[in-house]
Ligand binder design. Structure first.
Ligand SMILES: C[S@@+](CC[C@H](N)C(=O)[O-])C[C@H]1O[C@@H](n2cnc3c(N)ncnc32)[C@H](O)[C@@H]1O
Length: 338
């Protein structure tokens, strides 16, 4: 995609030559020029990054166990289903997919997974469970910067040949989010402001009033932010590698950031939920991971040839799911309606 084409699209849509970062991120990911709307589905081996359900089918099998334990049955919804692998792994109940990407929705249709662009298209108004894997990190964030004792926002200036960052006065909704979350200004830290995530969760709660939410994602808790050595927690991915600054290649790179789970927890608490925040590996181990692991280890001992190779590869996938330096170190957030 030509940069000029994308710039003209933004200028026409927003009727300005400077857009806030969350608006830029929204269009660079989900517009007709967006990363998630090109020919290939991004969250798979032939795409740009691998996620837990793409690494191992046992991710869904363990979630299946958790769903059974909690007797969740009615109108289960997955947000941001990608290829639909996780839904295929959760065989216990029918699951509805909500997916913004047209490309991914085509793949979901091929797999006969009932899918919609938005929760507003769902024909029901209650749900036992709304869940998502690596969806929160793709919800457009704005970026706040603290300079000379004042908050600014990073905005993207559109000129014909290039895009560049400018600092503009922070919008009220950004200042509100910073205040509600008790975030202190620090000139060495850029803040990924998740007010769109707050809105997203509020819209879901109004429409579906879920009994449970379940989210998995990379992230951090606010109390630990200073321990992270990076000024910004925003990054891009392309072809399974870290990519360039997002304004250098819009539409061709994934734009993502570490989710502030303290903020997500606070929002869900205000919506009436009791929270449990744990690591992905703890969730998996508490819900039957070891049984699958032991079964496979036993099968491995008795196997040979191709079967032996397959079991070995399944065991590697399982190990990757709980590796605390990788997927296992992700956060798992369980929210139960009080
Ligand atoms: C990182 S991928 C994860 C895909 C899948 N959950 C997985 O684990 O493989 C994020 C997906 O969320 C989708 N997405 C992001 N924001 C969304 C929203 N507001 N509603 C529905 N889907 C969304 C994107 O289009 C993309 O397919």
């Amino acid at each position: 995609m030509e940069l000029t084409e994308f710039n003209n699209f933004l200028k026409t849509k927003y009727k300005t030559d400077i857009v806030f970062f969350d608006q830029f991120m929204e269009e660079a990911l989900y517009s007709e020029f967006g990363f998630f709307n090109t020919k290939k589905v991004r969250s798979k081996k032939s795409g740009d990054f691998l996620t837990s359900p793409e690494v191992s089918k046992y991710f869904g099998k363990v979630i299946n166990n958790w769903i059974k334990t909690n007797s969740l049955k009615s109108n289960i919804v997955e947000l941001g289903s990608g290829t639909g692998s996780l839904i295929e792994q959760i065989t216990h109940q029918k699951i509805f997919a909500i997916e913004l990407s047209l490309t991914a929705r085509k793949e979901l249709r091929k797999k006969n997974i009932e899918n919609f662009e938005s929760i507003e298209n769902l024909g029901f108004d209650s749900s036992d469970l709304v869940f998502g894997n690596e969806v929160l990190d793709n919800i457009p964030c704005s970026i706040a910067i603290y300079k000379n004792n004042k908050w600014f926002e990073k905005a993207v200036k559109l000129s014909d040949q290039s895009l560049s960052y400018h600092h503009v006065e922070a919008r009220d909704e950004v200042l509100d989010w910073i205040n509600i979350n008790g975030i202190q200004g620090d000139e060495n830290i850029e803040v990924e402001v998740q007010f769109n995530t707050d809105q997203f969760l509020e819209d879901i709660s109004i429409k579906l009033n879920p009994q449970y939410y379940l989210f998995f994602d990379y992230g951090f808790e606010q109390k630990d932010r200073k321990k992270r050595k990076y000024k910004s927690l925003l990054r891009t991915y392309k072809d399974h590698h870290l990519g360039v600054d997002p304004i250098q290649d819009p539409g061709n790179v994934d734009i993502t950031y570490d989710v502030n789970f303290s903020s997500v927890s606070r929002k869900l608490e205000t919506l009436g939920y009791r929270l449990t925040l744990l690591s992905q590996n703890s969730f998996l181990i508490e819900n039957g991971f070891n049984e699958y692991f032991d079964q496979l280890q036993n099968q491995l001992l008795l196997s040979e040839g191709l079967e032996n190779l397959t079991i070995n590869s399944e065991l590697s996938g399982l190990k990757a799911l709980i590796d605390s330096n990788g997927l296992g170190g992700f956060y798992c957030l369980i929210a139960k309606k009080i």
